[in-house]
Ligand binder design. Structure first.
Ligand SMILES: [Mg+2]
Length: 397
């Protein structure tokens, strides 16, 4: 029995937690770069058609009066740790999928936590009382079913109103097939807008339509993924909750709710992530030897690319040069669903000088000093206080 726990519009809710005057107003958390994308609109903002991964400019046309805030990843990651520790209070089998989303294994917990829906309600109430964040919980016999159930338990938005979801949705084992049958095909993992329209052209609109299509036709569209897709359509999915992810690295990821196609948007976002990671290294007093770029594509395949250098990676420029070079060389650039930058091979910051190349020392030292000053100012006066290089703060836009 697996539960998928997902915080409702996490970044926007996090901002409402610390500023109650935002409650009831449309709030949009967006990336800080000039070509920023919407990272998290709250439900009020969604009423105006604002969606995540949408360029901020477009969002501003849809709803100019919304409150636009830039992301505070340090604060969100603190909240995320609290979210995680609430989950770990219930079971050690927690797999964090992203900052605001986790699978937990509820198998064998019924003596302590009660039936699966009871357990889900306990977890939801406790997350609300410990973090003031509301979440949705889906429970089922597989990851696919649990994840779809949590999405259906969320609040629903229409132009006129936001109606509250059930918060918890439990899919009784053996009923997975009928639960999924009537849902739009886009609910299945890996089905983005492109696959959706291809499927529509062969008459597949809802999940149960898959049965009507010959297997060979599906294989033309999905190749090797056909089996996975057909299993998912029946709610079968053998993936277990993976608790083995031990972190010896430091990184940031962004999952977009919709796929991002624009290469320049992706590059701008990667640079933002490099700044976040450099700031994380600075705060933890670390430097790195390896940087890794992770991309999850619209079809849910994930690729990671790493570079290890003999010199220390210290600043966002050190990271950005390598990350953008790796990205440049890729044959396949999008559409992308998730971008991530992480560093490993971590060393104490005091090692930095030994690993600098001599002829670069002066220039890199000055850049490092500048960036560290920016991080200190941001820590002291808030993230909007100062921006680096070509980045432009929201007040100047
Ligand atoms: Mg979420």
């Amino acid at each position: 029995m697996i539960a998928h726990v997902d915080i409702d519009c996490f970044f926007a809710s996090a901002e409402m937690v610390r500023d109650a005057s935002l409650i009831g107003k449309p709030v949009v958390v967006a990336g800080a770069s000039p070509r920023g994308v919407v990272l998290s609109p709250n439900y009020e903002a969604r009423r105006f058609g604002i969606r995540s991964a949408m360029p901020v400019e477009v969002a501003k046309k849809l709803c100019p009066k919304a409150i636009y805030l830039s992301a505070n990843h340090g604060y969100y990651s603190d909240l995320s740790k609290r979210f995680r520790s609430v989950l770990e209070y219930f079971t050690p089998c927690v797999e964090m999928v992203s900052v605001d989303e986790a699978f937990i294994d509820l198998t064998g917990t019924s003596l302590i936590l009660g039936t699966p829906p009871e357990a889900a309600r306990h977890i939801r109430e406790r997350i609300l009382s410990e973090t003031s964040l509301s979440c949705s919980v889906g429970v089922g016999s597989s990851k696919t079913v649990a994840k779809i159930a949590s999405q259906l338990a969320k609040p629903k938005v229409s132009r006129d109103q936001v109606s509250y979801g059930t918060g918890v949705l439990y899919v009784v084992p053996t009923k997975e097939g009928s639960f999924l049958a009537e849902l739009p095909i886009s609910f299945l993992p890996g089905i983005g807008p492109k696959s959706e329209s291809k499927l529509a052209s062969i008459g597949v609109v809802k999940v149960s339509d898959l049965e009507k299509v010959p297997r060979s036709t599906l294989e033309k569209v999905f190749g090797k993924s056909t089996n996975f897709l057909l299993d998912c359509a029946k709610g079968k999915d053998a993936r277990a909750v993976d608790v083995s992810r031990i972190r010896k690295s430091l990184g940031h990821e962004t999952t977009f709710e919709d796929d991002v196609y624009d290469v320049r948007t992706i590059c701008a976002h990667l640079q933002d992530l490099c700044v976040e990671v450099a700031e994380g290294m600075f705060r933890s007093n670390l430097i790195a030897k390896t940087v890794t770029l992770k991309l999850k594509y619209a079809d849910f395949t994930t690729s990671t690319y790493s570079r290890t250098t003999g010199r220390a990676l210290v600043t966002s420029k050190d990271l950005g040069d390598l990350v953008l070079d790796m990205y440049d060389r890729l044959q396949r650039k999008g559409p992308v669903r998730l971008t991530g930058v992480s560093v490993s091979g971590l060393l104490p910051r005091s090692h930095a000088h030994q690993l600098y190349l001599l002829d670069e020392t002066t220039h890199r030292d000055r850049y490092k000093d500048l960036e560290e000053t920016v991080f200190v100012l941001r820590q002291r006066y808030g993230r909007e206080a100062v921006y680096k290089g070509p980045r432009m703060g929201p007040k100047r836009q």
